[in-house]
Design a protein around this ligand. Structure first.
Ligand code: SF4
Length: 448
């Protein structure tokens, strides 16, 4: 029987804020780095140690099946999680998976104990390492690749001693600078792909405790970025190179998924939007967030420290200045009770309806094409316009970035529309092989 004043049964995944400091300062990170972060990190860890976060989860969720630890670098606090994991499993009987993402540039030892404890309870450990191919040191921090290799070997040996092993998953992010290099010189694409093989070869030479079997190398784009139509042409060139080399892309798979489940498009729009604010929510200090992307936005001292910075290091600091973050905190976060019903209602509007999203993007495409910021083909070809809009809202579905960049949760940032509408989408379609052409005309969803 559903308990009132809680999230609905659909909410089965919880993202918990777990760290507030990071030893890295990646170019594309959406978390502005300030001097306030060390103090904030200390505060977060002290709170985590109390176990109150489990009380807050119990207060909000019917049950938790997927638990993940977010913030800057969760590996810094995994020891604390290990102290509490038995209690977590006891309190959330439906727990199936625990996950985190890491730079793997700090001591990996706590992962061994976490794996052991979760195995005892038959709960899956799902983790990923952020590494951007041979651009890793350039994008993230000098020496990152060496640290990742050494920490993987260390972790592997510790697991091997226990007759255990772990599979690796890579999370690669590429900036427009990286894409430009690969567009200009196809050998750069090979170097990107070979990077992961080189790490694998060096690690498996030292230990059998790390498995690279299913480690995918496909990168994702920095989103939403501040892309120009020229950047769009660069992405088109890069995709053309990928097609020449016969490489698929993450976005090929995302578009194929829309094709494969086209019959569900009308009935189940939420099947094609991200899980944030649908089956998955973030939780910090009893505040419910759409997801991890808005963590720290409701921490006044940290936000003030960003505004007080003399020189801005991070491109999205303007969001804090313009009051957009204030609007987000006021309207797109909630505490338990009445407010939670309002919060879930507005997010259902995002997940359950296509028309406003698609129509807005189609109009933007026409306006951009009229002023030379998108390919003219989007003025004439209604089918392609419709398909690109559908692709953008299924492959780049992010209510938080929409909100932060347009102030409307349904509207796609113009940066991403420009990125894909200057030839890149047509190149992407080539990676879908012949079967695509036959079915193009049949894919319309709602709208005018
Ligand atoms: S896509 Fe955006 S809203 Fe969804 S989980 Fe990711 S950051 Fe959050």
């Amino acid at each position: 029987m559903r308990e009132k004043n809680k999230l609905t049964e659909r909410a089965v995944a919880a993202e918990v804020v777990s760290s507030g400091f990071c030893p890295l300062d990646c170019d594309y990170c959406y978390i502005p780095k300030t001097s306030e972060m060390e103090r904030m990190h200390g505060e977060i860890v002290e709170k985590l140690k109390t176990g109150e976060w489990m009380d807050q989860l119990e207060e909000l969720y019917q049950d938790v099946e997927y638990l993940s630890f977010w913030g800057t670098e969760p590996l810094l606090i995994l020891d604390e999680v290990n102290e509490q994991i038995d209690e977590v499993v006891e309190r959330f009987g439906g727990l199936e998976q625990v996950s985190f993402s890491t730079s793997m540039c700090v001591d990996p030892s706590p992962i061994v104990e976490l794996k052991e404890k979760l195995d005892e309870h038959d709960v899956r450990l799902d983790w990923q390492i952020s590494a951007d191919g041979h651009y890793t040191d350039e994008n993230r921090i000098e020496g990152a690749t060496e640290k990742i290799k050494n920490n993987l070997i260390k972790l592997g040996k510790m697991l091997e001693e226990r007759g255990d092993e772990l599979s690796v998953k890579w999370k690669g992010t590429i900036s427009i600078d990286n894409i430009e290099k690969m567009a200009e010189d196809p050998e750069e694409i090979e170097r990107y792909m070979e990077y992961y093989d080189e790490i694998r070869d060096e690690v498996v030479e030292e230990t059998s405790g790390i498995d690279f079997e299913n480690a995918r190398k496909f990168p994702t784009l920095v989103v939403p970025g501040k892309y120009t139509s020229e950047d769009g042409e660069v992405l088109a060139k890069y995709l053309e190179r990928m097609v020449e080399k016969g490489y698929l892309t993450t976005y090929t798979l995302r578009l194929k998924r829309v094709m494969r489940f086209e019959d569900e498009l009308e009935e189940k729009p939420s099947m094609f939007s991200c899980s944030g604010g649908d089956s998955n929510f973030g939780m910090d200090e009893g505040n419910v967030h759409v997801c991890h992307r808005t963590f720290f936005h409701d921490r006044e001292r940290y936000i003030q420290s960003i505004k007080d910075q003399e020189e801005y290091k991070n491109w999205d600091v303007s969001l804090f200045e313009k009051g957009i973050v204030d609007m987000e905190v006021e309207n797109y976060m909630a505490k338990s009770g009445e407010d939670l019903i309002r919060f879930q209602y507005i997010l259902r509007n995002f997940h359950d309806h296509w028309m406003l999203k698609l129509d807005n993007t189609k109009v933007m495409l026409i306006e951009l094409a009229k002023c030379g910021q998108a390919d003219e083909i989007y003025l004439e070809d209604e089918g392609l316009r419709e398909l690109l809009a559908l692709f953008l809202h299924s492959s780049h579905s992010c209510p938080v970035e929409n909100l932060l960049n347009t102030s409307v949760v349904h509207f796609m940032p113009v940066s991403l529309i420009r990125l894909w509408s200057n030839g890149a989408f047509q190149e992407l379609l080539k990676t879908l092989n012949d079967s695509f052409a036959e079915r193009q005309d049949g894919i319309f969803v709602g709208g005018s």
